[in-house]
Design a binder for this molecule. Structure first.
Ligand code: ZN
Ligand code: ZN
Ligand code: FE
Length: 762
C-alpha cells in the first residue's frame, strides 16, 4: 500500500474535474480525497502501486473536455487507511497561480434537456452543468464555488441538491446549477422598466421582436439590443436610437444551417462558430440575403454568432428569424450590465426588456474574430476566451500588472510564466469604461490573488491607463515601467508565438507615442523584449487637428498631397471652402498639426484621395473600404517608393511622396479607384518586404513579426506573409490576441517579465 499527494494546477475548477477524479479513483479501487484549492485541485490517493500509476496516467491522459492541466506534481505521503474516496471541501488560502474558466456555451446534453418536454428543466433558460454555463461573468472570488458566484443567493431545491451531491451525476458540483423551482426567473419590462404581467415572458418578448419592436435582453456578460434582422425598418430605427450610423451590427442565428443561408462558411469558420467560445465570426455575405442591408451597410462581411446560453437558444427558436444582437449601449459607451443602470441607459432605445435576477458580476462583451487562410485572426478577445491564461516564453517571480493602452483596453496580470489577459474593457476615454477598468482591475487582482509590484503602462502620458498606473505607483510605492507603444505591439506578437530571439517588428497602426515625442505608426523595429531600435519608419507628415484628422480622412489626404506635390487642387472643390482653407493653413504653419509616421493614416489618405470617403463614422472605416475595393480587382503593379538613410540616427526613412504622386497621376488619368486601391496595397506589401530585406541584409535578422491594427487588413497581412516566407523569412502575425491595441497589454507584460525575470529561460 502506498499514498500519494497529487497537486494539479490549471483550469480544473468548474469543468467537472473532481467528479472525473472521483470516478477514476473508484474505478482503480483507491481511497482518499480530492478537493479544490485556489489555483487547482489537490488529491490524496491510497492503494497499490500499480493502480496508483494507472490512476496518474489516466488523470493526465483523459481529463474532461474543458479542463486544462498546466502542471501535475506528486509526492509520497504516509498511508492513512481511509475507507473510501471522498470529495472534500474547498480550501481558500493557497499560494501559486489561480486559473479561472471563461464562460462556456450550452453543451449538447443540456440542449437536449432544454427541448425535451419530459425533462424537469424543459424550456428552463438557466440550465447548465459541469461542462457548460456561466463562469467568469458570475464569479466574485476564488476558488470557484457557488458561494463565490452570483448564484450564492439561490438556495438549491432538494432535486438540484441531490444532483449536485451525486458523484455519478453530470451536475455533480456544477456550481451554477438550478432549475425552474429554485433558480433565476425571467421577467419582461416595458420601455420604462415596469413589469409586464405574462405567463411566458420569453414568448412575449419574441412576439414583440417579430412584430418589429426593439428589445433589450440580459445576456451573459451584459445587455444586448435585439431586433428582427430581416426587418429593414426595425434595423434602421435601432441605428437611429442608438446613434450608430454605419458600424455593422452583429447577428445571432439559431444554428450553423441558418448562418449558411446568409453567409459563405469555410470548415474552419464553422468550427469557430460552433466552438464553446461562441465568438462573433466575420463571414462573407451571400447575395441575395434574408438579412436587411442596414445590418452591415456597404460591408461585404457579416458578424455572426450562434446562441451560447439556453436563453438565446429558446429565444432564437421562438423568434425563428435572425436577430441583430448588438451591445446594449448608446454609440460607443460600454455595454450595460447592471439592471437598474441598463434600464435607465437603454430607456428610449428599447421598447421592452427581457431581464432576470441572476446578477452579472463581470461586464464581458462578445468576442469578435475571423479566419484568414485557415487560421484565426482575433479582433476582440473577450467572452469565451478571457481570462484563459497565455503561456509566455519567460518566467518572472515578480507579480506584474500591465494596463494596456487607451482604446480597446485590456489589462494583463502576470506571474511566473502565466499571463492572464482580461476581457475587452472598451475605450477608456469613456468615464464608464474607465470606472469598469478600475473595478475590473481590482476584481482580477482578487480573483487571481496577484498583488502587483510592478505596473506597466504606455509611453503616452495622457492615456487614462497611464495616469492610473502612475498615480497608483506613487500612492502604493510600486515600480512603474513605461513601454513604447510599437515595441509592445511587436512583443505581443513575439510572446504569443514564444519567440525569444531578436526580430524585425513591423508595427503598423493608427498612432502611438514615439520616443521622440512624435506620433508613430509606420515602424520597423529591431530588437527583442529587452531592447529595440527604430530601424526604419515612414516619412513624417502633419496630422492636422490631431484626432480630427482620424475622423476626417480628407485632412490626411491634404497633408500628404501638400507634402508630395505642393498642391491641394485635387481636393479643393470637394471640401467646404472655409474648412479647406483652415486645414491647409494649419498644415503649412504647423498649427495644431503634430508630425506622424502613421501607416493607418496613410491608408486613410489614399482612401480619401481616390474618393472612397472624406469623413468616417469610426476609426479605420476608410482604410477598410479601401481594402475591400482593392480586393475587388486583380493586382497589376505598384507605385514606387524610396528609402534614404537618416543622418542623425542612421535609421532608414521611407519616402511616401512617390506613392502619393503615383496615386495622383492615376487619378488624373481616370484610373478606376479599385485599381488604384489594389496598386497601393501592392506597394505597401512590396515596401514592407523590401525594407525587411534591407534590414536582414544589415542586421542579419531573419524573423519578422507583423503587428499593429493596420494588419487587420487581410489583403496586406496575407500578401506580406506570403512574400516574406517566399523570401526565406520566418514571418508571424497575431492569432491568439488581437494585433490592434487590444493586444498591447500582453506585449507590455512580456517586456516587463523579461526585464524582471529570468530572461529567456523557463
Ligand atoms: Zn451542460
Ligand atoms: Zn432546483
Ligand atoms: Fe496601436
Amino acid at each position: 500500500m502506498e499514498r500519494r499527494l497529487i497537486t494539479i494546477r490549471g483550469i480544473v475548477q468548474g469543468v467537472g474535474f473532481r467528479p472525473f477524479v472521483y470516478e477514476l479513483a473508484v474505478r482503480f479501487d483507491l481511497t482518499g480525497f480530492v478537493k479544490n484549492q485556489a489555483g487547482g485541485v489537490e488529491i490524496e490517493v491510497e492503494g497499490d502501486t500499480g493502480s496508483l500509476n494507472s490512476f496518474l496516467t489516466e488523470l493526465s491522459a483523459k481529463p474532461p473536455p474543458w479542463a486544462r492541466i498546466e502542471s501535475l506534481d506528486w509526492r509520497p505521503r504516509p498511508t492513512r487507511g481511509d475507507r473510501d474516496f471522498r470529495i472534500g471541501p474547498s480550501e481558500v488560502a493557497r499560494d501559486g497561480p489561480i486559473f479561472i474558466s471563461p464562460d462556456v456555451a450550452t453543451c449538447a446534453d443540456c440542449l437536449k434537456e432544454l427541448f425535451d418536454p419530459a425533462d424537469r428543466r424543459f424550456r428552463y433558460p438557466f440550465l447548465n452543468c459541469t461542462s457548460c454555463g456561466p463562469r467568469l461573468t458570475i464569479v466574485t472570488g476564488a476558488p470557484y464555488d457557488r458561494s463565490r458566484t452570483s448564484m450564492a443567493a439561490f438556495t438549491m431545491c432538494p432535486a438540484c441538491q441531490s444532483e449536485y451531491d451525486d458523484p455519478g451525476n453530470r451536475r455533480f458540483h456544477a456550481q451554477p446549477t438550478c432549475c425552474t423551482v429554485c433558480g433565476p426567473r425571467l421577467r419582461v419590462l416595458d420601455g420604462q422598466g415596469h413589469s409586464i404581467a405574462t405567463d411566458d415572458p420569453l414568448a412575449f418578448f419574441a412576439a414583440s421582436l417579430r412584430a418589429g419592436r426593439l428589445g433589450a435582453l440580459k445576456g451573459l456578460g451584459g445587455y444586448h439590443l435585439a431586433c428582427d434582422a430581416r426587418n429593414a425598418v426595425a434595423v434602421a430605427e435601432l441605428r437611429k436610437r442608438k446613434h450608430r450610423d454605419e458600424k455593422p451590427f452583429a447577428l445571432m442565428v439559431r444554428d450553423d444551417v441558418a448562418a449558411e443561408g446568409m453567409a459563405e462558411i469555410e470548415p474552419a469558420e464553422r468550427e469557430l462558430l460552433l466552438s464553446s467560445r461562441r465568438p462573433i465570426v466575420l463571414l462573407r455575405k451571400r447575395h441575395p440575403s434574408p438579412v436587411a442591408a442596414e445590418v452591415a451597410p456597404r460591408n461585404p462581411f457579416l458578424g455572426v454568432m450562434l446562441p451560447y446560453t439556453p436563453l438565446h437558444h429558446l429565444l432564437l427558436r421562438e423568434v425563428d428569424a435572425p436577430l441583430v444582437m448588438t451591445s446594449g449601449n448608446r454609440s460607443d459607451e460600454p455595454i450595460a450590465y447592471v439592471d437598474d443602470d441598463a434600464v435607465k441607459r437603454l430607456a428610449g432605445i428599447a421598447d421592452l426588456f427581457l431581464v432576470h435576477d441572476r446578477p452579472i458580476q463581470v461586464r464581458c462583451d462578445d468576442s469578435v474574430t475571423r479566419i484568414v487562410n485557415g487560421i484565426e485572426m482575433p479582433l476582440r478577445r473577450s467572452r469565451g476566451y478571457a481570462p484563459s491564461s497565455i503561456s509566455l516564453p519567460m518566467s518572472c517571480p515578480v507579480p506584474i500588472l500591465a494596463v494596456g493602452g487607451q482604446m480597446k483596453g485590456t489589462l494583463t496580470l502576470g506571474r511566473d510564466h502565466h499571463a492572464f489577459m482580461s476581457h475587452h474593457l472598451g475605450d477608456l476615454d469613456h468615464f464608464d469604461a474607465y470606472r469598469s477598468f478600475l473595478s475590473d482591475t481590482a476584481l482580477y487582482e482578487h480573483l487571481f490573488a496577484i498583488r502587483p509590484m510592478v505596473l506597466v503602462h504606455d509611453l503616452h502620458p495622457d492615456y487614462a491607463s497611464t495616469r492610473y498606473a502612475r498615480q497608483r505607483c506613487e500612492k502604493e510605492r510600486l515600480e512603474a515601467l513605461a513601454i513604447q507603444h510599437h515595441h509592445a505591439h511587436m512583443a505581443s506578437c513575439m510572446a504569443e508565438h514564444g519567440l525569444v530571439e531578436p526580430v524585425i517588428g513591423v508595427s503598423f497602426d493608427g498612432s502611438g507615442r514615439g520616443t521622440d515625442g512624435a506620433i508613430w505608426g509606420g515602424e520597423f523595429l529591431v530588437g527583442d523584449y529587452g531592447h529595440f531600435r527604430r530601424a526604419a519608419h515612414l516619412r513624417y507628415v502633419g496630422l492636422p487637428g490631431g484626432d480630427q484628422a482620424v475622423r476626417e480622412p480628407w485632412r490626411m489626404a491634404l497633408a500628404h498631397l501638400l507634402d508630395a506635390t505642393g498642391s491641394g487642387d485635387l481636393l479643393e472643390n470637394r471640401i467646404a471652402k472655409l474648412a479647406f482653407r483652415t486645414v491647409r493653413q494649419m498644415i503649412e504653419r504647423g498649427i495644431n498639426t503634430p508630425l506622424t509616421s502613421s501607416a493607418g493614416r496613410l491608408f486613410d489618405a489614399v482612401a480619401a484621395l481616390v474618393g472612397i470617403r472624406d469623413y468616417v463614422n469610426f476609426e479605420g472605416q476608410a482604410a477598410m473600404e479601401l481594402e475591400w475595393s482593392a480586393a475587388d480587382t486583380v493586382s497589376d503593379g505598384a507605385y514606387s517608393w524610396e528609402v534614404e538613410r537618416e543622418s542623425v540616427n542612421h535609421s532608414l526613412l521611407i519616402d511616401t511622396r512617390p506613392i502619393i504622386r503615383g496615386v495622383v497621376a492615376d487619378i488624373r488619368a481616370s484610373t478606376h479607384s479599385s485599381k488604384i486601391a489594389r496598386r497601393f496595397h501592392e506597394t505597401m506589401i512590396e515596401m514592407i518586404v523590401g525594407v525587411c530585406r534591407q534590414i536582414r541584409h544589415e542586421a542579419g535578422i531573419n524573423v519578422v513579426v507583423l503587428s499593429g491594427g493596420v494588419f487587420m487588413n487581410v489583403l496586406l497581412v496575407s500578401g506580406c506573409l506570403e512574400r516574406l516566407r517566399g523570401e526565406g523569412f520566418r514571418a508571424y502575425r497575431q492569432q491568439r490576441v488581437p494585433c490592434n491595441d487590444g493586444g498591447l497589454s500582453l506585449g507590455q507584460m512580456a517586456i516587463a517579465m523579461f526585464r524582471h525575470g529570468s530572461g529567456g529561460g523557463r
